[in-house]
Ligand binder design. Structure first.
Ligand code: CP
Length: 312
């Protein structure tokens, strides 16, 4: 397949064939990660910069590990100690990185569209590691990879995504990718946490987890994004939220015997998911994290070796 993108900005932009191409490449890299020597020299001599304007444990470490497994060097720029603090703009920052010979930029930013702005202003590949409420495409890809590994072809599979849909870039990337692969997606949340027009993209919605949990082949539980809710009260209390929307052991008794439970992390145990479920037999949460390295190896490798140049 001829890869036609310079950047990975969102799963909205990829076709089903392109998503499958990335996931097939990730499968090969997962085999590499199971070898005693986990590194391949594919990107020796290249350097990737991780530019994270928001906190991260999994995504930043996973991109850093993925680049190193491909033989590339990495530079995790500390925003707190960078010239951003002296007022340097995002565009000036990335143009300076580019002329140093950096081969690719991974960026997480609180503003939706920030990675798109960067991509327009540099010739090197840009990977969106999460932008505001918009997309988190590599999280979407690693979730889909894990779902396929456990459930096979996702065509017709019922995926129930529960939580703070309104503030979730993971929900959006999951929905774009899953719908393209033929899965049926249902968003479940209190009315205050589901955007009114979300069904226009092809998902179903429900305010009642108990009414839909029994049909789910896959449940993806999202974190309550307290840092994005800007002081607004979207639910009466965390306790009330747990009672109505939390994935509790009691609620799981109504789910299919072979349902799998995903969570992108970080988890708020006792709020959106109880510990018995987070650590229970249906969870594939740490497998998601493990698969994330292979998926990020795949996307870095594809963009740096097959990516299209920016149109002048
Ligand atoms: N899933 C995810 O994006 O986790 P981090 O915020 O730790 O990167």
């Amino acid at each position: 397949m001829k890869w036609k993108h310079k950047d990975l900005l969102g799963l909205k932009d990829l076709t089903a064939e392109e998503i499958t191409f990335v996931l097939d490449q990730a499968k090969s890299f997962k085999e590499v990660l199971q070898r005693p020597i986990k590194q391949v020299p594919a990107l020796r001599g290249k350097t990737i910069v991780n530019l994270f304007y928001e906190p991260s444990t999994r995504t930043r470490t996973s991109f850093d590990t993925a680049a190193k497994m491909l033989g590339a060097g990495t530079n995790n720029l500390s925003i707190a100690n960078s010239s951003v603090k002296k007022g340097e703009t995002l565009i000036d920052t990335v143009k300076n990185l580019e002329v140093m010979g950096i081969a690719g930029i991974v960026i997480r930013h609180g503003n939706a569209g920030a990675p798109h702005l960067v991509a327009q202003n540099v010739d090197i590949p840009v990977i969106n590691a999460g932008d505001g409420f918009n997309e988190h495409p590599t999280q979407g890809l690693l979730d889909i990879y894990t779902m396929q590994e456990k459930k096979g072809d996702l065509k017709g599979k019922q995926v129930v995504i529960v939580g703070d849909i309104a503030h979730s870039r993971v929900a959006r990337s999951n929905a774009w990718g899953l719908l393209k692969l033929g899965a049926e997606v249902t968003f479940v949340a209190p009315p205050t946490l589901i955007p009114k027009d979300v069904e226009t993209i092809g998902v179903k919605t429900s305010y009642d987890l108990d009414a839909v949990i029994g049909k789910a082949d896959i449940i993806n539980i999202l974190r309550m994004q307290l840092e994005r809710q800007q002081g607004d009260v979207f639910t009466p209390s965390k306790r009330e939220y747990n009672k109505l929307y939390g994935l509790t052991a009691e609620r799981m008794r109504r789910a299919k015997k072979d349902v799998i439970v995903l969570h992108p992390g970080p988890m708020n145990r006792g709020v959106e998911i109880d510990t018995e479920v987070a650590d229970g037999p249906h969870n594939v949460i740490l497998e998601q994290v493990m698969n994330g390295v292979a998926v990020r190896m795949a996307i870095i490798f594809i963009l740096l070796t097959k990516g299209q140049k920016k149109k002048k």
